[in-house]
Design a binder for this molecule. Structure first.
Ligand SMILES: [Zn+2]
Length: 413
């Protein structure tokens, strides 16, 4: 941990340190901040006064007294700044405004044609304006935007090199979105990497440094955390497990053009297509379902879940996922593997099949301490990851000072 310095040269760093301490440990008294940071009481008092003046923190009552006066507690003003978080997926877009305490203030979801990047970006622009109006927050208080996006993304430039699923090649997604939302800075990350970060910050991955998240949706990818950091490989493209070959020279053709890819066999689209073809029409009719409108939620719950055709489909899909999970465990020796995305709706039934494959296909010593889990974040992990990326950058900014930060206290609780 960074230890504070009382030299004037470190004024900015000290302010960041105090703000971060209040964010992580608040409500907290000034004397505790001094004790934890190594700063003098008077330095903490001066910085706290500046942060109060700027509306970045506020006072929230008193701590229990240990004899003398009861110390006043300080807390971060969750509305002192805001983050925009975006999730892009084939046929889907989610745009949400968050406060600093992980609360969604307003959100828009769209089913849209994602063929043209321009259409998606212009929808983001319109959506942002609507969200500003709905929440009545100042535009200037939105300091960063995080985007969870499918495909091969250079996270340093925000350029999408290729997404087979969206059919996009060489799109400067980061710059385009920045322009559409009034030049707010944007960080773009691969959707599975973003989801892995969300699991580490807010989900089952908390406390783990070696984690694999597998996003099992219309596209399939993995986010790998090695030693607490995203493992991106040379160009940031690591984790493209969807295009690992599971069937050599056989099986369905993938969106990438190859045959037998994991994604071609197990994407939510394939699973639903398979379900439509194997579940007898009369079973669907009896349950008031229409083939074309079948969803993963239908397959996951009664009465369809107990149909033999659905069970054998889940078994087959689970075995393929299990093979991939076993291979990843052998290769990476993670502490935890988290299965998320649409297929995670299949829950414990899917997990049991995956675990049986892992048991069969890994060395006991490697497997012993690894846990395989179904994400509890449902489909929220990519959006929460986009938020976490924006938040990290907001807290790296030296100063949030702006008239808009003097937001009133109401609505902060
Ligand atoms: Zn492929």
């Amino acid at each position: 941990m960074w230890i504070g310095s009382n030299s004037k040269d470190f004024k900015v760093l000290n302010r960041l340190l105090v703000r971060d301490m209040i964010r992580r440990r608040g409500p907290i008294a000034r004397y505790e901040i001094a004790r934890e940071t190594g700063l003098t009481a008077s330095t903490v008092t001066v910085i706290a006064a500046e942060l109060l003046e700027a509306g970045v923190i506020h006072e929230v009552g008193h701590a229990e007294s240990s004899g003398g006066r009861r110390p006043i507690l300080l807390e971060l003003n969750a509305r002192a700044a805001h983050a925009l978080a975006i999730r892009v997926q084939r046929g889907e877009l989610v745009v949400a405004v968050f406060d600093l305490a992980r609360r969604i203030l307003a959100e828009r979801s769209y089913d849209l044609d994602t063929t043209a990047p321009e259409d998606v970006v212009s929808t983001i622009g319109v959506s942002f304006e609507e969200l500003l109006q709905e929440t009545k927050i100042a535009r200037d208080s939105v300091l960063w935007c995080g985007v969870a996006h499918p495909g091969l993304i250079s996270s340093s430039t925000g350029v999408l090199e290729r997404s087979s699923n969206l059919g996009w090649v060489g799109v400067p997604v980061g710059d385009m979105i920045t322009e559409s939302i009034g030049n707010i800075p944007v960080v773009v990350e691969n959707i599975s990497n973003a989801a892995a970060l969300a699991e580490k910050e807010y989900g089952l991955g908390r406390g783990h440094r070696h984690l694999v998240f597998i996003n099992l949706s219309v596209g399939i990818g993995a986010g790998i955390l090695a030693n607490g950091e995203i493992y991106g490989g040379m160009q940031g493209y690591a984790g493209e497990v969807g295009h690992m070959t599971l069937l050599v020279d056989q099986g369905p053709i993938c969106v990438c053009g190859q045959q037998g890819c994991f994604e071609a066999i197990c994407s939510s689209r394939t699973v639903l297509e398979r379900a439509r073809s194997v579940i007898p029409e009369d079973i669907l009719r009896q349950n008031g379902l229409v083939k074309e409108k079948l969803t993963m939620a239908h397959l996951a719950s009664a009465p369809l879940a107990s149909e033999p055709e659905v069970q054998s489909l889940v078994n087959e899909i689970g075995r393929h996922i299990g093979v991939v999970v076993a291979n990843l465990i052998s290769m990476l020796n993670p502490e935890i593997v988290i299965l998320g995305g649409e297929l995670a709706l299949l829950g414990s039934r899917l997990l049991a099949v995956v675990e049986a494959e892992v048991e069969k296909r890994t060395l006991e010593e490697v497997r012993r301490q690894v846990r395989v889990r179904i994400s509890k974040m449902h489909d929220q992990a990519p959006l929460m990851g986009a938020y976490a990326l924006a938040l990290e950058r907001i807290f790296a900014l030296e100063d949030w000072r702006d008239p808009a930060y003097a937001t009133p206290r109401e609505g902060n609780q």
